[in-house]
Design a binder for this molecule. Structure first.
Ligand code: RM4
Ligand code: MN
Ligand code: MN
Length: 396
C-alpha cells in the first residue's frame, strides 16, 4: 500500500500546478486599516520575484496572475518590463485581471452602470486587458465585477443583467481562439443588497450567452456558508463550463484566508469531484487552479508556501480515492463503504509521499525551512523596509 501511495501521489503531483496571485505578496488590509509588512512587495518586479521563490521551492507554481491596474498601470508600455521580470524570476504571466471596481467612475457600477459612457469605459478597459493578455502570452482574462446595489429599488436588476450580457458579448468577440474569459461570481461585498453576478447560475448564463470561450470561475470564498461548493463544481464540469478556481479559505465571508486553514475537507471534496470526473471521462479537465488570498498577518511568502503545500497535500489525498470501489459502492447503495472511500483517502498521511516527490524533482524536502535557509526574507526585509511609505495605496 505504501508503495502505491507514493506512486499515486507522485503521478498526481506531476501534473498539478497552481497559479499565485501577485496581490498576495503586497500589503493588503481590511476596511479598518492595514498592518504593513516590511518584506511585502510593492512593485510588480518584487511580486514576481517573490512568486519565483515560491515556485523554486515548491515546483508547483509556474505562473502568476496579474491585476492590470496594480501591476500594469501604464498598459502596453509595461508589457516588456513585466515579461522580463517574470522570465528573470523563472515564471510566466498567468491570468490577467482587469480592474473595473476602483475608479471613482464606477461608484454605481461598471458593466451595469446606468450611464452608457461609463459602461463603455469599463468594456474598453477589459478590451485593453484582452490585448495585454495576448501581448503577455497569457491565456485567461479573469473577470470579477463589484457591481451591485445597497438598497432595494435603487437599481434595475433586469436592465443591468442585459447591460452585462451586452458587455460580456463584446469582450468575447475580441478574444483570439486561444484565449478564454472567466466569469467570477460573488454573493455580496462590496454591494450589500444585490450583486449583478451573485452566484454560479448567473455566471453560467452570462458565460453561455457570451460565447464558447467564456467559462465560470469558482472562488471558494464567494458562497454562502454551508453551500455545497463541490456540487456546483460537479455541475459545472458536467456542463463543460468550469474554467478555473480562486482558492482560499474562510470562516465567515470572503475572508481570503490561507487555503485549507479552516476546512481542508472542503477542498479535498472539490478536488475529488474533479478527479472523479476526469477518471470517468478518461481525460483531464481544462481548469486553471489559482490562489486568491490576502495575507494580512502572516508573512506573505511563508503563507503562500503554506498554501501551495496544503493544496498539493489535498490534491494528493483526492488522488487516493479508489474510484472503482466508490462507483461499485454507490451503485450498490452501500453508503458507509462509499463514504469511507473518501474518508480513508482524506485520512491517509501523504507527507512522506510528498517528500519523496519533492526529492525526486530536486526540490527541498521542507520548502518552509528551505526558504529560511536561503536568507531571502531577511534580504528583502532590509531592502524593502527602507523604501516603505507609511501611507500605502489601497489593497495593491
Ligand atoms: C474579489 C475577487 C477577485 C479579486 C478581488 C481582489 O473579492 O475575489 O477575484 O481579484 O477580490
Ligand atoms: Mn477571486
Ligand atoms: Mn474575493
Amino acid at each position: 500500500m505504501a508503495q502505491d501511495v507514493t506512486e499515486i501521489v507522485g503521478t498526481a503531483l506531476n501534473t498539478f500546478a497552481i497559479e499565485l496571485p501577485s496581490w498576495g505578496f503586497a500589503d493588503t488590509g481590511t476596511r479598518f486599516g492595514k498592518f504593513l509588512q516590511p518584506a511585502a512587495a510593492t512593485t510588480v518586479e518584487e511580486k514576481l520575484a517573490d512568486a519565483g521563490q515560491v515556485h523554486a521551492l515548491t515546483g508547483a507554481c509556474p505562473t502568476v496572475a496579474l491585476h492590470v491596474l496594480w501591476d500594469l498601470p501604464n498598459g502596453d508600455t509595461d508589457v516588456a518590463r513585466v515579461k522580463r521580470a517574470a522570465a528573470g524570476a523563472g515564471i510566466r504571466v498567468g491570468a490577467i485581471n482587469p480592474n473595473v471596481f476602483q475608479d471613482q467612475d464606477y461608484k454605481f457600477g461598471s458593466f451595469g452602470n446606468p450611464h452608457a459612457e461609463i459602461r463603455d469605459r469599463a468594456v474598453q478597459h477589459c478590451l485593453d486587458s484582452i490585448r495585454l493578455a495576448r501581448a503577455l502570452d497569457s491565456r485567461d482574462v479573469s473577470l470579477w465585477f463589484a457591481d451591485g446595489s445597497n438598497y432595494p429599488g435603487t437599481a434595475s436588476v433586469r436592465d443591468r443583467k442585459r447591460w452585462f450580457a451586452d458587455g460580456l458579448t463584446r469582450l468575447h468577440a475580441a478574444l483570439d481562439p486561444s484565449q478564454r474569459m472567466l466569469v467570477e461570481y460573488k454573493p455580496f461585498e462590496p454591494a450589500f443588497y444585490h450583486t449583478d453576478i451573485a452566484d454560479w447560475g448567473m455566471a453560467l448564463l452570462h458565460a453561455r450567452a457570451a460565447g464558447p470561450q467564456a467559462k465560470v470561475l469558482v472562488d471558494t470564498g464567494h458562497h454562502y456558508l454551508t453551500q455545497n461548493i463541490e456540487q456546483i463544481v460537479a455541475w459545472l464540469l458536467d456542463e463543460g463550463m468550469l474554467g478555473g478556481f480562486h482558492f482560499n479559505d474562510r470562516r465567515y465571508a470572503d475572508d481570503d484566508l490561507t487555503l485549507g486553514s479552516i476546512d481542508p475537507y472542503q477542498l479535498f471534496r472539490i478536488f475529488h469531484e474533479i478527479r472523479f470526473y476526469e477518471w470517468q471521462n478518461g481525460a483531464r479537465a481544462d481548469i486553471a487552479y489559482m490562489v486568491d488570498q490576502s495575507h494580512n498577518l502572516k508573512g506573505k511568502i511563508e503563507a503562500m508556501i503554506q498554501t501551495v503545500t496544503m493544496a498539493q497535500a489535498l490534491y494528493a489525498k483526492a488522488a487516493l480515492v479508489d474510484c472503482e470501489r466508490l462507483v461499485a459502492a454507490q451503485r450498490a447503495t452501500d453508503l458507509v463503504r462509499a463514504e469511507s472511500c473518501l474518508q480513508d483517502a482524506f485520512a491517509t498521511d501523504v507527507r512522506d509521499a510528498l517528500g519523496e516527490w519533492r526529492q525526486s524533482r530536486g526540490l527541498p524536502l521542507d520548502p518552509q525551512d528551505a526558504l529560511h535557509e536561503t536568507g531571502y526574507i531577511e534580504r528583502i526585509t532590509k531592502e524593502r523596509a527602507a523604501r516603505k511609505t507609511t501611507d500605502p495605496s489601497a489593497y495593491a
